[in-house]
Design a protein around this ligand. Structure first.
Ligand code: HEM
Ligand code: HEM
Length: 126
């Protein structure tokens, strides 16, 4: 794996480890307050980053492009800030909520960028 594929795969593994550790902590402490953080770390983090990794692995020339790298850094930075800030919001630090809101919007913009990057694949015949 190279380029954006490699970066996304590493990011996916980090999400899986952190997300499952949080899930275990929730289960052990019988406190599910952080369930939305765990759910998004697992699905929007581990599964989505894994999906992007294999997409860029199947289309390596797209994965090496500058746009794919911008997609990676926008997704990684906004996703991590979104989940860490959400963790604090759910712990009672409501003041940090605007950070969660802005990073969520950036995370959404990243999927729009991916849509733009991935569209040429639809025009391929083989
Ligand atoms: C070490 C492994 C894991 C542990 C200990 C764990 C633990 C938990 C716990 C305690 C909850 C809260 C349940 C509730 O309050 O209703 C939960 C919810 C959830 N988990 Fe995990 N989990 C693990 C792995 C995973 C994995 C691998 C995924 C997905 C790839 C995942 C996705 C979810 C989702 C989407 C929810 C929210 C479900 C809902 O909306 O009701 N979890 N998990
Ligand atoms: C802009 C980004 C996103 C925002 C602002 C967002 C927001 C939300 C909100 C407000 C909930 C309800 C939480 C609750 O009732 O406790 C939720 C639930 C959920 N979302 Fe997202 N979401 C986003 C992206 C995603 C993505 C990309 C995925 C998966 C690929 C995802 C998967 C889920 C799942 C599995 C649940 C149910 C588990 C739970 O209740 O926490 N979300 N989301």
């Amino acid at each position: 794996m190279t380029g954006a594929a490699r970066n996304f795969f590493i990011l996916a593994l980090i999400y899986a480890i952190c997300g499952m550790l949080l899930g275990l902590a929730m289960a052990i402490r019988q406190d599910h307050t952080q369930m939305p953080v765990h759910a998004h770390a697992m699905v929007a983090g581990w599964l989505m980053s894994g999906f992007f990794a294999f997409f860029y692995h199947f289309f390596p020339e797209i994965g090496r492009s500058r746009l794919a790298m911008i997609h990676f850094w926008l997704t990684a930075a906004s996703g991590v800030v979104m989940l860490v800030s959400l963790f604090f919001v759910l712990s009672g630090n409501i003041a940090i909520e605007p950070v969660t809101a802005i990073s969520s919007i950036l995370f959404f913009l990243a999927i729009l960028l991916f849509t733009w990057i991935a569209l040429p694949v639809l025009r391929r015949t083989a």
